[in-house]
Design a protein around this ligand. Structure first.
Ligand code: FAD
Length: 370
């Protein structure tokens, strides 16, 4: 049994800890914050989880613990170019699956992960920020988010793209809703996503924009969002507080050091326009835990170097490719050049008419590049 210290009890750190514990490891978690509480009522803090992550969360015994009101599946995504005439829709029928993804209340998911960790006797030390002392263990896992103190202490450099955008989130209600369908509008005002909640007609909004809408009045925001969605779902009305977060894209140049692995946002933070950051973190957690358990089966003498090398080989390229793809979308759809707008509308309509291209795009969104 290995002694593993994990810093960061967010979605990535908790899911890794549970998987490693289920595989028989001795895991201890440390987090600088206090345990979070789930707020009652509607929450805009949702995460779109792809099929691979859904299977992983199920294997941890967490997905089925979530109340029905905290999760919903969607079968279609409709993507529209709001500055042009491009439109493409993806359906789970094309890939013969029951759904494309799940929209899950992120606070409820973290709570379910914490409960599962508790039931497996994983010790969690709260209000315990990272110190170099914690590196004294068989394997150390950094899951301490985008501004990772561990990454900085180890001097691991990052590749960064700064954005002049904030993610604006809230819940809205539509007068003409469409069931189990997610919507996205791309355009020079930044990508806008409407993610369906379990309560019919209600959607979580993620609008990545140069504007910080939390500084504007509700009337102003409602006017802007209704202009943008062009009556596709009828009139939209804001139901919750509007929050805003500055956006950044960051990738660690190394995901591993001697006996240390970075997972989740500490290794890569990507633009939320495709809702993939958390999914990458779950895949990191799953792959790292799998490499540890494989090493025991292989009876390796110096397992950690090999585990870490394999983990980095598996995860770094994929995170880089997702980061690059987000960058291409961000720049392509942020462009005010009419030539670029024309080409992207053509490209969208071409994908819309081509089932093979759609299947390719959906398989990446569902489970990654590899
Ligand atoms: C608006 C928005 C929408 C998004 N939508 C989606 C989506 O639909 N789908 C998706 O897959 N992803 C989405 N993401 C990305 C996703 O939310 C993140 O990738 C994911 O939550 C990262 O989890 P994490 O556990 O790696 O990091 P974090 O959630 O940042 O957790 C880090 C933990 O480490 C702790 N910590 C930090 N520093 C220290 C320290 N020095 N010592 C000890 N503990 C420390 C923190 O307290 C925290 O608990 C979205 C992101 C944004 C901003």
């Amino acid at each position: 049994m290995s002694r593993i210290n994990v810093v960061g009890a967010g979605l990535s750190g908790l899911s890794f800890a549970i998987k490693a514990r289920l595989d028989g490891e001795h895991v201890t978690l440390f987090d600088k914050s206090e345990p979070s509480v789930i707020s009652a009522g509607l929450s805009s803090n949702v995460i779109s989880v792809n099929q691979r992550s859904a299977k992983f969360l199920k294997s941890l015994g967490v997905l089925d613990q979530l109340e029905e009101s905290a999760k919903t599946s969607f079968q279609e995504i409709v993507v529209t170019d709001s500055d042009g005439v491009g439109r493409v829709s993806f359906s789970s029928k094309t890939i013969e699956e029951d759904y494309l993804g799940l929209i899950i209340n992120a606070d409820a998911l973290r709570y379910a992960l914490l409960e599962q960790a508790k039931s497996l006797d994983i010790r969690i030390f709260w209000q315990y920020p990272f110190t170099l002392e914690l590196l004294k263990c068989d394997l150390f896992v950094a899951a301490d988010g985008p501004n990772s103190a561990v990454r900085q202490a180890l001097g691991i450099k990052t590749l960064q793209y700064p954005y002049d955008q904030s993610a604006n989130i809230c819940v809205v209600e539509a007068t003409r809703p469409v069931k189990n369908t997610a919507f996205q509008w791309f355009g020079k005002e930044g990508p806008l996503a409407l993610l369906p909640l379990s309560q019919i007609g209600k959607f979580a909004v993620v609008w990545s924009s140069a504007q910080d809408f939390s500084l504007q009045t509700v009337d102003y925001f409602e006017n802007e969002i209704n202009l943008r969605t062009r009556d596709r779902l009828g009139k939209l009305r804001v139901l919750t507080e509007r929050l805003s977060f500055p956006l950044q894209q960051k990738q660690a140049l190394k995901f591993v050091e001697d006996r240390v692995a970075l997972i989740g946002d500490s290794a890569h933070t990507i633009h939320p326009l495709a809702g993939q950051g958390g999914n990458l973190g779950f895949a990191d957690a799953e792959v790292l835990a799998k490499e540890i358990s494989m090493s025991k089966i292989e009876g390796l003498e110096l397992p950690y170097q090999k585990i870490l090398r394999r983990y980095q080989q598996n995860r770094r390229l994929e995170a880089f490719l997702f980061g690059l793809t987000m960058e291409v979308f961000h720049r392509g759809y942020g462009s005010r050049n009419s030539g670029v707008q024309f080409v992207r509308s053509l490209a969208m309509n071409h994908v819309h008419q081509n089932d093979q291209l759609k299947q390719f795009a959906m398989s990446i969104a569902a489970g990654g590049f590899f």
